[in-house]
Design a protein around this ligand. Sequence first.
Ligand code: KG4
Ligand code: ZN
Length: 351
Amino acid sequence: MALKILGIESSCDETAAAIVDSGGTILSSSVASQLAAHVKYGGVVPEIASREHGRAIVPVVRAAMSDAGLTWPDLSAIAVTVGPGLIGSLLVGATYAKALSYALKLPLIAVNHVEGHIHAVILQSPVQFPALALVVSGGHTHLFSVSEHFELKLLGKTRDDAAGEAFDKVGKLLGFGYPGGPLIDRLAPYGNPRAVRFPIAKLKGSALDFSFSGLKTAVLRWFEAQDMQEEVEERRKLVNPTLEDWLAATPQRTLDALASFQHTVVTELLSRARPSAEQIGARSMIVSGGVACNSGLRRAATELGLPIPIYFPSPALATDNAVMIAAAAIPKLQRGEVAGLDTPVYAQLPL
Ligand code: KG4
Ligand code: ZN
């Protein structure tokens, strides 16, 4: 009989619980977003995030259980994100998971959030190994080689900002609120991606590392040269804007800059795909994490013409969720990799 794993995720600003069985079937997925609590600060406030997780964790887990039509005795294991992430946020999920594990006498499985993003795709697609995995989110820009036993080897990563962070900082700077990524994605098709040539840093050392802070500074310089403070202030005043409202408040030069910025990020992200796929003899490529929702990235990835299939998660499994945590726990449970109740949480958790 298939084992049923309850996954819990609370590393950043989503409180999530999901149940996945050992055959890979998703039985439920519940996600409570804290966006409304953070939006007026233009980013995630760690203290607020911890409190919001504390409020949401019990209802979210209950929702996952009832949506799956399960009661506690039906569960086989509790999986939880132990890092990387915000310590106060991680502690809420991990402490709750430990309490459940102790009370129900179930194995506790500790999962790395980044590993979770990769397993979201492995769960949904017929991934061939070794696979090249590009994990791009608000906190991560990592390239891994993934073996058929799901062992990960880091090939490259960002030296400074994550790609999603760059989207969010540019969005905030230009008055598009938080998070900037999804909105820039929707506005970019209205601009010319070749109108502004934003430079990207050339790195010494690992050819497979990334850097996005120079690009962010280049956008800042462009902004300062345009004398557009008034335009930005007008956008900041918009209340619950529709796409049409955003477009009406955004002159063509700004749309061109957004399109050019997105084009630069996407080009940079994909520039490492071919050499790294060749280096590891990849038989497929995985792109995951919140930025994997980006339509420009999806289009450009398929247009790359790599001789291997490229798999993206469905949008619901690209951004933070707990299905990916339960999915990453399946092989660990099968290998008997059980964590103790003294397992810590980690702000940084290298793989
Ligand atoms: O994976 P995720 O939910 O959380 C982290 O682990 O960080 O990713 C959130 C990030 C944010 O930076 C957000 O702006 C970005 O993913 N994002 C996007 C899109 N959707 C989400 N960036 C670009 N285009 C999108 N469509
Ligand atoms: Zn994430």
